[in-house]
Design a protein around this ligand. Structure first.
Ligand code: PEP
Length: 251
């Protein structure tokens, strides 16, 4: 059974005080993590204060990025080891804004994924549905290219630490969500790709989220799809009341 998850990505929004206030406002209204996992990703400066504010609640606090080295002369970067030591166990990697605005490519994202896992942090890897070819001695398969490139060289055991977020770039922040059957198709293709790359267990166990203009109005239809295990939410996660509406999509 894959536990569903609603994860917010605040991006470069909110001061530390605003982040803490948000967490205080929602933390007592969240369902138990066995029923639905909830996570919020904030800026590095706010993470420790958010962790402190979330104590005693099921809310998980995530980072929005990290580097692939554990320490050293990398001005402005955040170490996965330092994140783990602070109590952060999830990190978003490969978000389309990182790919487009900061020119992160699959090779860099692949390194970051491996470093995060080595540090004990579970990556939430964002990808679109661009197809690529997987060529083995027995077959040639059409599969999701970013999954091939971003998860290249991982063992099945490492791959089990990964959550995938299928995010069509055009749907991010546009107000135009994929329709649920389109979103399901993308998530299904990703699951197939995981099966080809690793094995059926990884494919069956990996949580695959949809992201792109999710709101309280469309979340329920998305969550009803068999290969969609949750949502990664940008804009609609910025308001505490709306975030709670998302979390309580079944009510
Ligand atoms: C995102 O940035 O990952 C995202 C899904 O944003 P939005 O919900 O605003 O489309």
């Amino acid at each position: 059974m894959r536990t569903p998850i609603v994860a917010g990505n605040w991006k470069m929004n909110k001061t530390v005080a605003e982040s803490v206030e948000f967490v205080r406002q929602i933390k007592t209204a969240l369902p138990p993590a066995t029923q639905l996992e909830t996570a919020l990703a904030g800026q590095p400066i706010a993470l420790t204060a958010m962790l402190e504010a979330a104590q005693g609640s099921p809310l998980k606090i995530a980072a929005e990025n990290c580097y692939y080295q554990t320490s050293g002369p990398y001005t402005g970067e955040t170490s996965p080891t330092a994140l783990y030591a602070a109590g952060i166990h999830h990190v978003i990697l490969g978000h389309s804004e990182r790919r487009q605005l900061f020119h992160e490519d699959d090779q860099l994202i692949n390194r970051k994924i491996k470093a995060a896992i080595a540090a004990g942090i579970c990556p939430i890897v964002c990808c679109d549905e661009t197809m690529g070819r997987l060529i083995t001695s027995q077959r040639v398969e059409w599969v999701v290219a970013r999954i091939l490139d971003d998860l290249k060289g991982l063992t099945a055991q490492q791959a089990e630490q990964v959550t995938i977020a299928y995010e069509p770039t055009w749907a991010i922040g546009s107000g135009e969500s994929a329709d649920p059957s389109q979103a399901e198709e993308g998530c299904y293709l990703i699951r197939q790709t995981l099966g080809h790359m690793f094995n059926e267990t990884v494919a069956r166990q990996t949580r695959i989220l949809y992201g792109g203009s999710i709101t309280p109005d469309n979340i329920k239809q998305m969550m009803a799809k068999p290969d969609i295990d949750g949502v990664l939410v940008g804009g609609a996660s910025l308001d505490p009341r709306t975030f709670l509406e998302l979390v309580n999509f079944n009510d």
